[in-house]
Design a protein around this ligand. Structure first.
Ligand code: UD1
Length: 417
């Protein structure tokens, strides 16, 4: 099993190009099978999750060719409408394929999805949304069987603005007869990216990025070439890295507008932030102060995916931070690992109280999930001495060559196989 060895204490200086967004690319891959034409997606990060999605598509009979950060996807012929248990367990995003497969094949059989172990992650909102499009769904022995022969547009009120359910319903409704309106839709920037991609394929969708999305069903979609948006969570992770390690770093291909909830907090407490259209420059201030209250919320609130990295920063900021995780129920598994490094954190249910210490101490820790693992890397950059992080396959699910990018701006980090 690979691990990272980090000798903490180096300031970060230079520039880093931010990778394409995993959470945008996965639904774009799912959307690519809505046409028989070839689709080209640029800015695709090389990640285990993207590889797993490609494997699932190929098992359906889709041709997926990758050249560096470009993917060519041709779903001219789909030979199957079934996603097997083993593949679905590797990747929660396999659930988006339910909507796409139904739009193309009318029938789908999909195993319950897996993914990061950060809570129960039910799929009831996906199922309810698809049922409202008049898809008949039966759940049996770990599989979901769907029949969309009578699928049509509908008005759908999501019980919660689930990102995945919003995307899944969009993917199903885009080729359904009639109009669909999704209310209480998720507003995340990745949903807007999906809308832009689908519209480039000939879809008629408006409203993504707000809580009401309108879809006018079309019969056929065409191929396109599309550049996926930059990864706001990766950009946020690097911004927090600079706050924790010190220095000044320019993030290129990064959109400050997608990260307001983080950058406004950093600006007040630990960093000077400057930005233009597609760069963000982060300069660490001499002193770091705690943010008093942080509560994760759906976009545009503070992103749950930056909760763990932000907790690592609060652990070395002057003062007390009260952090509440509202989106997932089991997302504090990094707390014990941060404590091994000297952090002073207590948890009460979904709330963590973090009392800042001047600096963390190098230790041997285990990545428990993707973003929690990234938080440990940031902690290691700050810590006095050497930190070893085990099980970094979790981190590889979302960060492309994280150690290479950090090394290029001065960090002392090595991957050991
Ligand atoms: C997506 C992101 C993930 C991010 C999350 C929230 C991708 C590939 N992943 O995950 O990185 O952390 O948004 O910003 O884009 N829920 C239900 N029933 C459902 C669906 C969701 O109860 O049918 C619950 C989940 O258990 C969770 C909450 O709703 O507690 C949010 O989930 P959702 O917005 O669906 O997140 P994902 O799409 O899984």
């Amino acid at each position: 099993m690979s691990r990272f060895i980090i000798n903490g204490g180096n300031e970060l200086h230079g520039s880093v190009k931010i990778q394409g967004a995993k959470n945008a690319v996965l639904p774009l891959f799912a959307a690519s099978i809505l046409t028989e034409d070839k689709v080209i997606i640029e800015n695709v990060p090389n990640l285990i999750d993207v590889h797993n999605m490609s494997q699932i598509l190929m098992a359906l009979g889709v041709e997926v060719v990758r050249y560096g950060n470009l993917a060519e996807i041709s779903a001219t012929k789909l030979k199957s409408h079934e996603i097997h248990n083993k593949l679905a367990k590797e990747l929660r995003s396999s659930i988006f394929l339910l909507g796409s497969i139904l739009a193309r094949q009318q029938y789908a059989k999909v195993a319950y999805p897996g993914g990061c172990d950060i809570g129960l992650r039910p799929i009831d909102i996906h199922i309810k949304g698809l049922r409202e499009l008049n898809v008949r769904i039966v759940e049996r022995a770990g599989y979901i069987y769907c029949d969309a022969t009578k699928m049509h547009g509908a008005e759908i009120n999501l019980d919660y603005p689930s990102v995945g359910a919003t995307e899944n319903v969009m993917l199903a409704a885009v080729r359904a007869k009639g109009n669909t309106i999704i209310r209480n839709a998720a507003c995340e920037p990745e949903i807007l990216d999906l809308q832009n991609f689908l519209n480039a394929m000939g879809a008629k969708i408006s409203g993504a990025g707000t809580s009401t999305i309108k879809i006018e069903g079309v019969e056929v979609l065409n191929g396109t070439t599309y550049q996926a948006m930059p990864d706001r969570i990766v950009a946020g992770t690097f911004a927090i890295a600079v706050a924790m390690a010190g220095g000044e770093v320019k993030l290129t291909s990064a959109r400050a507008g997608d990260l307001n909830s983080l950058l406004s907090k950093l600006n007040k407490t630990s960093c000077h932030i400057a930005f233009d259209n597609d760069t963000i420059t982060i300069k660490a201030k001499e002193n770091r102060y705690a943010v008093e209250n942080i509560a994760t919320q759906p976009y545009p609130g503070f992103p749950t995916d930056l909760q763990a990295p932000m907790m690592a920063l609060q652990a070395v900021s002057d003062g007390i931070c009260i952090m509440t995780e509202n989106v997932f129920e089991n997302r504090f598994r990094h707390v014990n690992e941060l404590k091994k490094m000297g952090a002073d954190i207590t948890t009460h249910g979904r709330t963590a109280v973090i009392k800042g210490v001047p600096r963390l101490t190098g230790s041997e820790v285990d990545a428990q999930d993707l973003r929690g693992g990234a938080a440990l890397v940031l902690a290691g950059l700050n810590a006095q001495g050497t930190t070893t992080i085990n099980d970094i396959f979790h981190i590889d699910r979302g960060y492309e060559n994280l150690e290479g990018a950090l090394k290029s701006i001065g960090a002392d980090i090595t991957r050991v196989q």
